[in-house]
Design a protein around this ligand. Sequence first.
Ligand code: PMT
Length: 414
Amino acid sequence: MKQNVVLGVTGGIACYKAAEIVSRLAKQDINVDVIMTENACRFVGPATFQTLSKNPVVTDTFASPKYWEVEHIALSKKADVFLIAPATADIIGKIASGIADDMLSTTVMAVAPEKVVLAPAMNVNMYNNPIVQGNIEKLRGLGYRFIEPGEGLLACGDTGRGRMAEPAEIEAYVMNLLGNSAAAGPAAGEDGGTADPVGDFAGKRILVTAGPTVEDIDPVRYISNRSSGKMGFAIAEAARRRGAQVTLVAGPVQLTCHEDIRRLNVRSTKDMLAACESVYDDVDIVIKAAAPADFYVVNGSEHKIKKQDGKAMQLELAENPDIIATLGKKKGNRILVGFAAETRNLEEYAKAKMERKNLDMIVANNVAQEGAGFDRDTNIVTIIKRSGEMERFEQMKKTDVADLILDQILLLKK
Ligand code: PMT
């Protein structure tokens, strides 16, 4: 049976991102019912949400109060998760004050707080207003959940916290709340006709990352790198074939994967971190083959940047979080495997990365070497373990490197 998300959309420029959330959840086979406030309908037409969700959209525009007084109960009962994105100061204030005066506020009032997730989006000064912060605190105290807005240039021209979290982050949060097994399909031994997986990774839950990440400069330009995702996808596929339950967090790539692999698509490095963190509690092994962008653009623009009569343009870059190092700080009993993409001093730099990021094993590849690295079907790797063991391997297909890495993980002494 499909799981159900009810998405409340309130009026703000971030409404267009809510459409992407519906599309992402629908791809994860989640049924989405959308309730739009009258103000939300001024930003994006209900037809967009109807097309993406394949469900009628509930609005107040033509409905009488009598209609929503009755209908709201059906949707409130249906919601496994009740998401409000974007959530304006207005809806946060209404919920905190117990005001139910339209379809959305009436429906959410009938839902248990733990099922409700709000993704605020508003001007930085509004967000920092003590009344709004007080409402958020009050709701948190009652069990309502919040996905923090990000910092950056806001639609109003101000800079600061208030930009709604990215759709990938919201998708990952909701999927995690719904329980990962729902999206991964029936697990071994559960109903659903899947036979027990046979293989040396049966019972293991593996998180693999693959591909590049992309940092936007403006709506038409971005910075990224040459990763194709082939290495990471090969590892995910080999792990699945050998019986593991695999989650693949993938940057924008042109590859497809087996339907038994749970795939979370992301765009930026921060999206990738959020997706990894959302599943981290439920994995035993992490293999980080992705090439995340190390920097993001601080002075990006929401509109296409125009040329300025030959004048130079400065892009300001700031460091992105290091995903595997962040995970390494709360490693627990997990096995963490990283890659090192170097063009010189391969082994020395790789060992230093393994130490710094708290890894059990690192797969070093010289990306300047013929037959190795980005966007090829082959690789040449050196595997270095925390124990000090190191082995250099000949050029081989990335599909074989994938099995080699899994073999080496099984040999790790814990
Ligand atoms: O995708 P393909 O075209 O098949 O190419 C494969 C590959 C060359 C991308 C792959 O073999 C590889 O080397 N991946 C790691 C690329 C990389 O980012 O290397 P790094 O040395 O900069 O980073 C070291 C480790 O930290 C990596 O595991 C990386 O995923 C991780 N990292 C890096 C930056 C960051 N912000 N967060 C991270 O977690």
